[in-house]
Design a protein around this ligand. Structure first.
Ligand code: ZN
Length: 336
């Protein structure tokens, strides 16, 4: 019995995760990575507990480089960014956002840019800090990983690694911060961190028709179709576009319908699932291009159908950022 118990306690669990990786020659790709953790997360986010958390930012951030919702395509694979790129200076200390235990220290890909330090917080969420400079991880953190000793909010986990890429005119030094719940679903870290002073509302650039996955050039259409919204937002920056946090619309005189709110990912633990259903053609997300064309028929179960009755129709689209800044815009079209 004793032996069995020991075996049970020493079980670790593994998860698959994606991150954007870069080879030395500058080619960017995505790889599947298996992480091994000492202890599994046990928390789930609910409406009850989602406002309880006011975790500290790991350092005085300069901006948010990408959000959970951000579209990413560096090579062939497309995926939701699934965490936050929190930008700071290379060499800046990364302080644990929460109390907890160190459950992983790992070089999860083929270069030293990809070191993870993971903390299981006292509520049961798993925090993955990526792009930690491996030489900066304190002995105290390594010891806490091997002994299971607890760490405190504010304890230094390491320093931000120097990032070899300049994008939109700025060196992209950052940590990639993921939060996972007990189902290993990606939870939006914004929900658990102190609110940022973000007063810039998202912008709606254009609303239009889609047919067979292509942007339709006019506002007169027949047959089945959908609509898109081209929208973007900034979080403490003027060039790093991110998608809106929440998208909804009012169609004709019908009640509001929420397309998606990025409390979590539509695919839960799968950051590739639904990405091509949610984002339409002309969407891009890499070091040179950021454009977001969101399909308003997006629905996890089956795409929403827009009216095919002849005549004119109208839609009011509303987008929000996480700080509740919003924008709205209307569009009318004719079915003939
Ligand atoms: Zn990232």
């Amino acid at each position: 019995m004793k032996v069995l118990l020991l075996v049970f306690l020493s079980l670790s669990f593994s998860i698959l995760a994606n991150d954007h990786l870069m080879k030395k020659d500058g080619f960017i790709e995505v790889q599947k990575v298996v992480h091994n953790y000492k202890i599994a997360p046990w928390a789930v986010l609910s409406n009850k507990n989602k406002n309880l958390f006011q975790a500290n930012w790991p350092f005085a951030l300069s901006s948010i480089g990408h959000t959970t919702a951000s579209y990413q395509q560096y090579g062939w694979d497309k995926y939701f960014h699934h965490g936050l790129d929190v930008r700071g200076e290379a060499g800046e200390s990364i302080l644990s956002a929460t109390d907890g235990k160190i459950v992983n220290i790992e070089n999860y890909a083929s270069s030293d840019l990809y070191w993870e330090v993971a903390v299981l917080d006292t509520h049961g969420f798993l925090w993955q800090y990526h792009h930690v400079d491996k030489n900066s991880i304190p002995q105290k953190i390594k010891d806490a990983y091997s002994t299971g000793a607890s760490i405190k909010m504010g304890d230094k986990l390491g320093e931000i690694v120097y990032w070899p890429v300049v994008t939109f005119g700025e060196r992209f030094n950052h940590i990639h911060l993921n939060v996972l719940d007990k189902n290993l679903h990606y939870v939006n870290p914004f929900l658990l961190l102190k609110k940022l002073d973000d007063r810039v509302a998202p912008t709606i650039n254009k609303i239009g028709l889609l047919q067979k996955g292509k942007i339709f050039p006019t506002a007169r259409i027949r047959g089945s179709y959908s609509l898109y919204v081209n929208s973007d937002d900034y979080v403490l920056h003027s060039k790093f576009k991110v998608p809106p946090y929440k998208i909804s619309y009012f169609l004709d005189d019908k009640p509001e319908r929420i397309v998606w709110e990025f409390k979590d990912l539509p695919g839960g633990s799968d950051n590739e699932k639904y990405v091509s259903d949610f984002f339409q053609e002309r969407t891009c997300g890499n070091y040179d291009c950021r454009k977001f064309y969101i399909n308003l028929n997006f629905n996890k179960d089956k795409p929403t159908r827009f009216p095919t009755a002849k005549g004119s129709h109208s839609i009011k689209v509303v987008v929000w950022d996480f700080a509740s800044n919003r924008a709205e815009k209307s569009f009318s079209w004719t079915v003939y």
